[in-house]
Write a protein of this length. Structure first.
Ligand SMILES: [Cu+2]
Length: 243
C-alpha cells in the first residue's frame, strides 16, 4: 500500500513538472557567404586512409543548407544554476571513421560520459586521441588519457569533464588532419543545430532566460539573446553573421 501511494505522489510530481516546462526551439541561419570548403589533401594522399576516398574529402567548417540554414551551432542557456549530469545519463559518442572524427562538433554536459570509438579497421590500425582541455579541472580529471593510443578494435575511450569550456580541441597525433571540438556545458539545457538549422532544447522550466548560440567559425564568442519559456515552450531564432 505504501508503495502505491508513493507511486501516485511521484506520478503527480512528474505531471506538475511537465506542465511548467517546455521545449525551446528555433532555427539558426547564416548571413554572408562562408569561405569555400577546402580539400583535405593529406587525407586523400595518405597511402592507407586515402583508400576510403574516391573523391577529395572536404573540410566542414560551415555546413550550410539551401536557405542558409546553419548546422553545428551549439545553443545553450546561460546563467542557470550549474548542474552535473546524472551518472545514468546516456553518453555522447564520437567515432573515428574513415580517418576523420564524426561528428566534428559536439557538446556534452559536465559529468556526462563522452565515448571515443575507433570504427576504422586494420590496416588503419591506430588512432591517437589527443585532447586539449583548457581548464585545469578538465585536465586533471582526464590525466590518464590526455594522449591515448587506440588500436583497431580496442575498447572505447571514456572521458568526463567537470568544468564548462567551449571548443576543446580533440586531435589525432597519427593523422594530422583529424580534429573535433567538444564544448562542455554546465547545465542540461543545450542542443546542436542540425543540417536544417533547427535545434530543440528539451524540457526547460518555465521562465525567462539568456540563450547563447556558438559556432566555431561564425560566432566563437557566442551571440546572446533572451527567451521566455511557458508550458507551450519558447522560440528563438538566430542569425549568425560572417564578419
Ligand atoms: Cu587518427
Amino acid at each position: 500500500m505504501k508503495l502505491n501511494s508513493l507511486f501516485v505522489i511521484a506520478a503527480g510530481v512528474a505531471v506538475a513538472a511537465k506542465a511548467n516546462a517546455g521545449d525551446i526551439t528555433g532555427t539558426v541561419t547564416l548571413s554572408g557567404t562562408p569561405p569555400a570548403a577546402v580539400g583535405i589533401a593529406p587525407l586523400k594522399d595518405d597511402a592507407i586512409c586515402g583508400q576510403f576516398y574516391k573523391e577529395m574529402p572536404m573540410t566542414k567548417f560551415f555546413v550550410v543548407g539551401a536557405n542558409k540554414e546553419l548546422a553545428d551551432v551549439i545553443v545553450m542557456l546561460k546563467g542557470v544554476p550549474a548542474k552535473t549530469a546524472d551518472a545514468s545519463a546516456a553518453p555522447v559518442v564520437i567515432d573515428q571513421k574513415n580517418c576523420l572524427y564524426s561528428p566534428q562538433i559536439l557538446a556534452v554536459q559536465t559529468g556526462q560520459k563522452l565515448l571515443v570509438k575507433n570504427s576504422d579497421p586494420m590496416p588503419v590500425a591506430m588512432h591517437n586521441v589527443h585532447i586539449n582541455p583548457m581548464v585545469d579541472a578538465n585536465k586533471e580529471a582526464n590525466a590518464a588519457a590526455l594522449n591515448a593510443a587506440q588500436m583497431a578494435g580496442a575498447a572505447d575511450l571514456t572521458y568526463t569533464f567537470p568544468a564548462a569550456e567551449n571548443f576543446q580541441k580533440f586531435q589525432c597525433d597519427v593523422h594530422k588532419w583529424m580534429f573535433a571540438w567538444v564544448t562542455v556545458v554546465d547545465n542540461p539545457y543545450f542542443a546542436i543545430s542540425g543540417k536544417d538549422g533547427k535545434f530543440a532544447i528539451k524540457n526547460v522550466p518555465a521562465g525567462k532566460y539568456k540563450i547563447v548560440a556558438l559556432h566555431r567559425k561564425a560566432a566563437p564568442a557566442g551571440v546572446e539573446k533572451e527567451v521566455e519559456v511557458t508550458a507551450d515552450g519558447g522560440k528563438q531564432d538566430f542569425t549568425l553573421e560572417i564578419k
